[in-house]
Design a binder for this molecule. Structure first.
Ligand code: UDX
Length: 432
């Protein structure tokens, strides 16, 4: 089929490339000329393992193309995916939908034959109705239909999550459209993905409700971890024990620092905003947001305790600062709160991340990027593992550390408590 992806960020580029890899003809549109030219030269704007090879392969095959020309892309495609950003509004409440509405206005200029317009961006419930209203100002209703098809891609696993999704959600009540989209997704369905056709609004809410639930699950185990530390219990035993109950499931029950990223913080705030607008009470999500925001304070206090409440001139090193492993994304990473808080207390901080130096820390006093694990850690009083990069999983601290009395705070529980005890390393972790 002939597809057009509007927006070449995490959602548009990954989905477009994967659709082309499944044999569809895909044109990816972006108004950013530099981005489009880079993509034509296989320069990828995002860090996503495996994406570069797929872009090269499908661009070479001619199935995948890049352009800034929306009119030709719409004209030559039957299915138009809207994959533009829906960031949190500057006031911190709700999603900013200006890009969605601008694109809807733009593309309605070019619809001459029947088009399926699909919202793949994460959008508040009823956004599809608003897109339909914008387009119908210019185009007769029998020449287009608006569908909600949310994505469930995790950064760092986006290609796998696209090819092997648990489910494909198609929000439309148009039977013909549903048939066409079931056909489009048939290669994934034949690999085991469940296909669910719902109303458009249900599909929009499924996305938010799913992300808010996952954020709740993580916050839940983080609070249980706080209890475990006071009860001398290993939270991992609790996670495993809970996860064996199929109704709970073991995934997303790993205790760690506050959840971050471009989605959970944004989507929990957005669903809460929708609830407030319709005067429906999401008290649980409200407390999840509060608990997660408070988590960095809890961990900062723990760092204080580890360093006997005196951070002045103490050397602290961070291993990893991104919001999770296998991404370069710093959006709402817990390190963005932790590092400045420690710097304000007089600590001298160095950090290393496999994805390089971060602009977020450039202007902060006594914070320095170091180019290797050893150079970051060797003179430190406290080493903090913030992100669970594989690079950190087999460090021989006895070899690289110059001070014997250094301490190690593992925020991702990537090391074994027993091994640390055997190596006589002063080791702290989460919920253990
Ligand atoms: C998430 C959803 O998983 C995905 O389905 C949606 O499409 C986009 O948002 P993403 O934000 O990329 O994906 O990352 P994810 O792997 O979900 O992690 C989000 C945050 O939760 C990270 O900060 C991660 O460290 C944290 N997390 C995740 C935990 O603390 N514990 C866990 O067990 C899992």
């Amino acid at each position: 089929m002939k597809l057009c992806m509007i927006g070449t960020g995490y959602v548009g580029l990954v989905s477009g490339v994967c659709f082309s890899d499944l044999g569809n003809e895909v044109v990816c549109v972006d108004r950013d000329e530099k981005k489009i030219n880079d993509l034509k030269n296989s320069i990828i704007p995002i860090y996503e393992p495996g994406l570069e090879e797929l872009v090269k392969k499908n661009y070479k095959s001619g199935r995948l193309s890049f352009t800034t020309d929306l009119s030709s892309a719409v004209k030559n495609s039957k299915i138009i995916f809207i994959c533009v950003g829906t960031p949190t509004k500057k006031n911190g409440i709700g999603a900013n939908l200006s890009q969605i509405f601008n694109v809807s206005k733009e593309l309605s200029k070019y619809i001459k034959t029947f088009k399926i317009v699909i919202n793949k961006s994460t959008v508040p419930v009823s956004t599809g109705d608003k897109v339909e209203k914008i387009i119908s100002k210019k185009i007769k209703k029998n020449l287009f239909t608006v569908v909600s098809n949310p994505e469930f891609l995790r950064e760092g696993d986006a290609i796998r999550d696209f090819i092997y999704p648990d489910r494909v959600i198609i929000g439309t009540q148009n039977k013909k459209t549903n048939k066409i989209l079931r056909q489009l997704y048939s290669p994934l369905i034949s690999k085991g993905a469940k296909y669910l056709n719902t109303s458009r609004r249900a599909a929009e809410l499924i996305k938010y409700a799913s992300n808010a639930f996952l954020a709740t699950k993580i916050t839940y185990i983080n609070e249980i971890a706080n209890m475990c530390e006071k009860l001398d219990i290993n939270v991992e035993d609790v996670s495993i024990g809970m996860g064996l109950d199929k109704r709970i499931g073991g995934r997303f029950l790993r205790a760690g620092p506050a959840y971050g990223g471009s989605c959970f913080p944004k989507d929990t705030r957005a669903i809460l905003n929708t609830a407030n607008q319709i005067k429906s009470n999401l008290s649980l999500i409200k407390s999840v947001i509060k608990s997660n925001e408070n988590r960095s304070k809890i961990l900062t206090k723990k760092i204080f305790d580890i360093l006997n409440n005196n951070l002045k001139n103490k050397k602290i090193s961070f291993l990893g600062v991104t919001f999770k492993a296998n991404t370069d994304d710093m959006r709402e990473s817990s390190s963005i709160k932790l590092i400045p808080a420690l710097s304000r207390k007089g600590a001298i901080i160095s950090y290393y991340d496999p994805t390089g130096e971060k602009k977020e820390f450039k202007k902060i006093k006594n914070v320095q990027f170091k180019p290797s694990i050893k150079s970051t850690c060797e003179n430190s009083d406290l080493v903090i593992v913030h992100t669970e990069w594989n690079d950190f999983k087999s460090i021989d601290f006895k070899k690289i550390m110059k001070k014997n009395n250094f301490k190690l705070f593992d925020m991702r529980n990537i090391y074994s408590v027993e091994k640390m005890k055997k190596d006589k390393i002063k080791y702290f972790s989460i919920g253990r």
